[in-house]
Design a protein around this ligand. Structure first.
Ligand code: ADP
Ligand code: MG
Length: 246
């Protein structure tokens, strides 16, 4: 069982808090990070993936299986798969070429990467499209090739920042099923502002507002906190975020 522990994560941009004393311990399974735009989801993910450093003067700490990621350094990179919210896809690359490029960036040896690329292409069901140009892919296929890139090297910690952004409901279902399938013996954290993306697949959901963790628990535990109306996650979302809910 893996464990990712966040202790008192703080992040300022200028005078503004983007993340405030965020603490949580994740174990194997799928987690949904829920919150409207500007809540701090991407900031949290950039801290977890070590693309951004927490505030210097805070006692912020991130531990992977009880060792600080500062100590793990390169080893942490091998454990990690990241699908950022904004990522450039090269339209004139084939899916297979793009994954080859990504695996070289990850430092996967060339021989091993050939097998690895086939494995992830099958995993995201793009094996038959492997030699087509990415530029011709629909939105859902583009998101899946980015997921394929994130799972290269079989990482034990996968972070996906709004993997369903801009997708139609059918493509969202495909992505959701894929994430569900991947969510064994590793930690997956997905951010979204769409309740239905995570409701059925998340072991636990974290609600973030103005950089703070305001509630967390299983869907059952969270929906029990609804004050008025039906005990649904949608209603809880409205309760916490008011008119911002989407
Ligand atoms: P989310 O991903 O939930 O939409 P973000 O983490 O992107 O939220 O943003 C959290 C807050 O931090 C927002 O108020 C946003 O405007 C601010 N912010 C994010 N990135 C920067 C930055 N590079 N410089 C200044 N402010 C930022
Ligand atoms: Mg974001």
């Amino acid at each position: 069982m893996n464990e990712l522990t966040l202790k008192n994560l703080n992040k300022h941009y200028g005078k503004k808090y983007a993340l405030k004393d965020f603490s949580f311990a994740f174990t194997d399974g799928v987690y949904g990070l829920l919150g409207p735009n500007g809540a701090g989801k991407s900031t949290l993910m950039h801290l977890i993936t070590d693309n951004l450093l927490p505030d210097k003067k805070s006692c912020s700490e991130i531990l992977w299986n009880n060792t600080s990621i500062r100590e793990l350094k390169e080893k942490y990179r091998e454990i990690l798969g990241f699908m950022p919210q904004q990522q450039t896809l090269y339209p004139n690359m084939t899916a297979r070429y793009f994954l080859g490029y990504m695996s070289s960036l990850k430092g996967i040896p060339a021989k091993k990467s050939l097998v690895e690329i086939d494995t992830v292409l099958k995993e995201v069901e793009l094996y038959d499209d492997a030699d087509k140009m990415i530029g011709g892919f629909c939105g859902g296929m583009k998101q899946r090739i980015l997921i394929a890139a994130a799972i290269l090297g079989n990482p034990k910690l996968i972070i996906m920042d709004e993997p369903t952004a801009g997708l139609d409901p059918k493509q969202r279902v495909i992505i959701r099923r894929l994430i569900e399938k991947l969510g064994h013996e590793r930690i997956i954290i997905i951010s979204t502002h769409i309740v239905s993306d995570i409701e059925s697949i998340a072991k636990e959901i974290l609600l973030i507002r103005s950089g703070e963790l305001i509630a967390n628990g299983t869907v059952e535990q969270l929906t029990a906190q609804v004050h008025s109306g039906e005990h649904t996650l949608e209603n809880l979302y409205l309760q916490y975020y008011g008119g911002d809910a989407t």
